[in-house]
Design a protein around this ligand. Structure first.
Ligand code: SF4
Length: 428
């Protein structure tokens, strides 16, 4: 029998009343997801239909990609285009035709909507349908919204993957589907563990290429690897797939619990699970223990940002000894995060949505040792002497499964260590 590192709490947070706030919020928009999605989907192109602001956001967020063959771009609509909406629709379709002529390597094209009213009035789904009819089977054109009015930054991935589900082929085969865009090295580790457990066939959404056959049907069991994929999950359920509820694979405990849920579903024995996971679990524990020396007994405050907050709070409190004061998430989908809430000991405020001024007041009153928040809040809080961690790094850094558990803990311990050193220097 594989023992848990820490026994589950007597009372978890599943039934803790959620503090719901609906006010001004400080988060990136869903366009940000293009930065990691375009790396994952190697024959996809993301055409943002937006303003100069959107183009600037993408360029600065993706600055490192400047020398690579671009696989995203912005079709900029000026204010004047509003006058001729029909023209704008035709111009967009002409722009796509030019792009597809120039770039025969593109197999999937996403038209990504944004905020300006002239964009919202365009019918991107009609454009996608018409363009697909013209270019199928070589290119599939889909659309989704990355608008900051409708999406926070991780919801962009959710909207993108959800747009793919209705066009997936149907299958009856019994299979496990991993859902979430993980860095290749992490995805390979997950697939390797599943293969060693004897779980298969395994399919992954999103696949690296459009030609990789990803199909769905009533015998598909879905294991999410990211907690922000609620819309995609609903779309897969509408296609007959079944959700496998589990804590998310962050840290040693989360990874083992996630694998155990899969193992039980596919009839793998506890002994086999122990055999396959014993060595990587020990490595993960050792790696986490190093960072935990810094994190132990430190207080923690999450502003809502990535939807990773609840699973990460579970990891940081249970495996690193931190004490959560508030765990804020932009949106709490209990179907998805209930297993993590069960493991998070009751105590912290669980908040959903944001009223940023009220939340800042709570944070200032608590003066936590570490505040996890977006870039816009980090600088002012640092100026007030609080130590912060930028939430966006969590989606750009490999943090899932055993081999990344130490790096995940390190992301949180480094700012605290730096703060401690500065304090020490100032005191000398
Ligand atoms: S918030 Fe809206 S306007 Fe600003 S970059 Fe995002 S989609 Fe474009």
């Amino acid at each position: 029998m594989t023992e848990s590192f820490t026994p589950p709490p007597a009372a978890g947070c599943r039934d803790t009343p959620v503090l719901k706030e609906r006010g001004q919020r400080e988060v990136f928009c869903g366009l940000t997801g293009i930065i990691w999605l375009h790396r994952k989907m190697q024959d996809a192109f993301f055409l943002v239909v937006g303003s100069r602001t959107c183009a600037h956001l993408l360029q600065s967020a993706a600055g490192v990609m400047i020398f690579a063959e671009p696989r995203f771009g912005t079709a900029i609509l000026e204010e004047g285009d509003l006058a001729g909406l029909a023209d704008a629709q035709e111009e967009l379709e002409r722009e796509v035709e030019r792009l597809l002529d120039r770039r025969p390597d593109i197999r999937q094209l996403f038209l990504v909507g944004s905020c300006p009213s002239e964009v919202i009035k365009l019918d991107l789904s009609r454009a996608a349908e018409r363009l697909t009819q013209r270019h199928a089977p070589r290119v599939r054109v889909l659309n989704y919204s990355g608008s900051g009015i409708e999406t926070t930054f991780t919801e962009g991935e959710d909207a993108c993957l959800a747009s793919m589900v209705p066009v997936l082929p149907e299958t009856d085969r019994r299979q496990l589907m991993l859902v979430g865009a993980l860095p290749d090295v992490v995805e390979d580790q997950a697939l390797d563990l599943l293969e060693k457990l004897g779980v298969g066939p395994v399919t992954v959404l999103p696949a690296a290429r459009a030609s990789d056959q990803v199909a769905v049907g009533p015998n598909t069991v879905v294991a999410l690897t990211q907690p922000f994929l609620g819309e995609t999950l609903s779309a897969l359920e509408r296609r007959g797939a079944r959700h496998l509820a589990a804590p998310f694979p962050f840290g040693e405990e989360g990874t083992t619990a996630w694998l155990r849920a899969v193992a039980q579903e596919f009839g793998v024995s506890e002994e086999r699970l122990e055999e396959v996971t014993a060595a990587p679990r020990a490595r993960a524990r050792r790696a986490v223990a190093q960072a935990a020396e810094t994190l132990n007994r430190r207080s923690l405050f999450f502003f809502p940002d990535s939807q990773l907050e609840i699973p990460l709070a579970r990891f940081l409190t249970r495996e690193c000894g931190m004490e959560a004061v508030e765990v804020g998430a932009p949106y709490i989908n209990k179907q998805v995060v209930a297993p993590d809430l069960d493991l998070l000991a009751e105590g912290p405020v669980i908040s959903e949505g944001q009223d940023v001024d009220l939340q800042l007041d709570r944070c200032r009153a608590a003066r936590p040792d570490l505040t996890v928040c977006g870039l816009g809040l980090a600088n002012p809080l640092e100026a007030e002497g609080l130590t912060t961690k930028w939430a966006i790094e969590l989606v750009f850094t490999p943090v899932h499964f055993y081999e990344q558990a130490g790096d995940l803990a390190g992301l949180f311990s480094r700012p605290i260590r730096r703060h401690d050193l500065l304090k020490l220097e100032a005191a000398e």
